[in-house]
Design a protein around this ligand. Structure first.
Ligand SMILES: NC(=O)c1ccc[n+]([C@@H]2O[C@H](COP(=O)([O-])OP(=O)(O)OC[C@H]3O[C@@H](n4cnc5c(N)ncnc54)[C@H](OP(=O)(O)O)[C@@H]3O)[C@@H](O)[C@H]2O)c1
Length: 272
């Protein structure tokens, strides 16, 4: 291992770490030989090495000692256990950029542990695993424009990136973090509706998925306001306005708003 050449060290080689790394490696943002993944499971380490050609270790301290950017990607509930086993004193002089994707773990907490290091907190979402993610990034006090640019470059490899103050992270969780579940529920319900009016299940699901994907793509690419699109497809006395009226009667809009608020509230509760 040529450890002096490590750019990016990943602590926790799980699902989200792989989603991100697979894409930034494919985009050649970092050469695989300069990426070091620390992961306890030996099978998983072999997989990382064979699949992506990165360097691997079972020792998180090796990442701490070598990487100029450290991506924290363990489950939040084991962070304290991971930190307890580390000697972080060398970071005071090396000051690597710490990027954390841990849900609910605050910048304040990370800054108190990674003293003198710039800290960026990122909230990605599950579609990142197919390169269609939405990530929000929030910066700590020691972060400069180069750190932000670096982090954006990494997360743009798995979708879109917005910058928000950390105070908005619970709101981000309520919308894009939890959102894939709301949309999945809607797709399932649309497919059920299709089955209820006579479509075979597989066709109903295909229609529902493609309709959601197509509508989202159209809105993104045309810049149309959703209300404008709805108006354009609702002809007087037609089929679509009949469906829209049924959704309004059932409180669809209010339900979506309440879903975001409920997730936001829960995220705030969990962060206390
Ligand atoms: N998945 C998402 O959609 C999503 C969205 C937003 C944020 N996140 C955040 O992303 C983080 C990772 O989530 P995930 O879904 O990728 O979970 P995951 O697949 O369980 O990944 C965590 C990885 O950390 C490894 N690990 C466990 N103990 C370790 C230790 N002491 N040192 C180093 N690595 C260790 C695990 O190995 P073992 O399997 O051997 O335990 C596993 O490979 C979480 O903090 C989560 O909040 C995830």
């Amino acid at each position: 291992m040529t450890l002096d050449a490590i750019n990016l060290g990943i602590i926790g080689g799980g699902v989200m770490a792989e989603a991100i790394a697979s894409r930034f490696l494919a985009a050649k943002i970092y050469p695989s030989s300069t990426v070091l993944v620390s992961e306890p499971q030996s099978q998983r380490r072999v997989f990382w090495q064979q699949q992506y050609g990165v360097q691997v270790t079972s020792d998180n301290q090796t990442v701490i000692k070598t990487a100029s950017i450290i991506l924290l990607a363990v489950k939040p509930q084991i962070l304290d256990q991971v930190l307890a086993q580390l000697d972080l004193s060398s970071l005071i002089s090396s000051q690597p950029l710490i990027i954390s994707i841990l849900a609910g773990t605050t910048i304040e907490k990370l800054e108190s542990v990674f003293v003198e290091c710039p800290v960026i907190r990122v909230m990605p979402n599950t579609p990142a695993t197919v390169g269609a993610g939405m990530s929000a990034i929030a910066s700590g006090e020691k972060v400069n424009s180069i750190h932000t640019k670096t982090t954006k470059k990494i997360f743009q490899a798995v979708g879109q990136v917005v910058e928000v103050p950390e105070s908005m992270m619970d709101a981000v969780t309520g919308l894009s973090g939890s959102g894939p579940a709301y949309v999945a529920l809607m797709i399932e319900a649309l497919a059920d509706g299709g089955v209820a009016v006579g479509l075979p299940r597989a066709i109903a699901l295909q229609l529902a998925i493609q309709t959601v994907l197509g509508t989202a793509t159209l809105l993104r690419e045309s810049g149309l306001h959703p209300a404008e699109l709805k108006d354009r497809v609702s002809s007087p006395g037609g089929t679509t306005i009949a469906g829209v009226a049924a959704l309004e009667k059932a409180g669809f809009r209010a339900a979506a708003i309440e879903a975001v608020k409920a997730s936001y509230n829960r995220s705030q509760e969990l962060g206390k």
